[in-house]
Design a protein around this ligand. Structure first.
Ligand code: ZN
Length: 305
């Protein structure tokens, strides 16, 4: 790679959005899914998750009765954990690799989102990378069902799916907004600054504000307790099984909630109002609950044979 290519590559790789829901949010999605899985699906999922190289670490100190649940929940954050783990690299990104399992040491930053780009003012938009959250959910779901694929590759797929179904329910993981003020796109709100209370305090990106709506920290008990207090989604919408539709919903919510007033067309910083934060919190809770129920259905079907 020559110097220019290297510089471009560095630019592209750091252009990926941050983590999507913090660990807390992903763990809540996984808990909701686990609570709905049949004993058969739990057993099959647990057998696959045991093949992940982090399994021993995840389950260290867990009581026998809790081990499968603990591993299932922690597995949902693995795709983010490898972003800071030695031995994994940032690419180069590929378009549609065959899933080879844990021998694949790429962090695959571009798998965490799918930009259904839009512009409210006619600024030209750019397409999402070809390999993205949606393409991977389709590919991995198909592979999970395929008995000819190795258990290790299916484990890898399952662990990614535990994470990606959560990611695509975060509205700002479904889009990038192009405006005259931000003509290269805001990378899902990463280029927009907000001040959750006052701009005398430190500002943060709009994207990170949304990632953090379920709170932070990776305490398992907190995540389990909070997820079990969430209202169950209405069965009609919970029964939507198309990942394409999940992303369209996220795009609409990005437009109507994430980019709602007081967010303007520029980079901010914008001071968030109580009404904005209330709506954002409500949307986040609904999306987490939906992601959990839909993830359960996807796994149940994927492991049915
Ligand atoms: Zn993610």
């Amino acid at each position: 790679m020559n110097r220019l290519a290297l510089a471009l590559f560095a630019l592209l790789t750091c252009a990926a959005p941050a983590h999507a829901w913090n660990a807390r949010g992903h763990m809540m999605v996984a808990t909701i899914a686990w609570d709905r899985l049949s004993p058969d699906a739990r057993a099959k999922a647990s057998a696959l998750i045991k093949l992940n190289p982090h399994y021993a670490q995840w389950t260290e100190g867990a009581a026998d009765a809790d081990r499968d649940l603990v591993a299932f929940i922690k597995a949902s954050v693995w795709a983010d954990d490898i972003r800071s783990e030695a031995g994994y690299s940032n690419g180069p990104e590929d378009t549609s690799p065959p899933a080879i399992g844990y021998a694949d040491r790429s962090r695959h930053s571009e798998w965490h989102y799918k930009n259904l780009a839009f512009s409210p003012d006619g600024t030209p938009i750019k397409a999402s990378p070809e390999s993205n959250a949606l393409s991977q959910i389709h590919r991995m779901t198909a592979q999970l069902r395929n008995p000819n694929v190795s258990a290790e590759a299916r484990s890898y797929d399952l662990v990614w799916l535990l994470h990606l179904v959560g990611d695509v329910h975060q509205p700002l993981h479904a889009t990038s907004r192009y405006t005259a003020e931000i003509p290269d796109g805001d990378r899902g709100g990463n280029e927009v600054s907000v001040c959750p209370t006052s701009c005398k305090d430190r500002s943060r990106s709009l994207h990170s504000f949304w990632d953090g709506l379920m709170g932070s920290g990776s305490d398992l008990r907190d995540a389990i307790n909070r997820s079990r207090r969430l209202a169950a989604p209405a069965s009609g919408v919970a029964g939507v099984t198309s990942p394409d539709a999940w992303l369209q919903e996220s795009l609409e919510l990005a437009k109507t909630a994430a980019y709602a007033s007081p967010i303007g067309p520029g980079a901010g910083p914008y001071v968030l109002t109580a009404a904005y934060k209330q709506r954002a919190g409500d949307v986040a809770e609904e999306r987490i609950a939906l992601a959990g129920v839909r993830l359960a259905a996807l796994i149940e079907q994927g492991l049915a044979e």
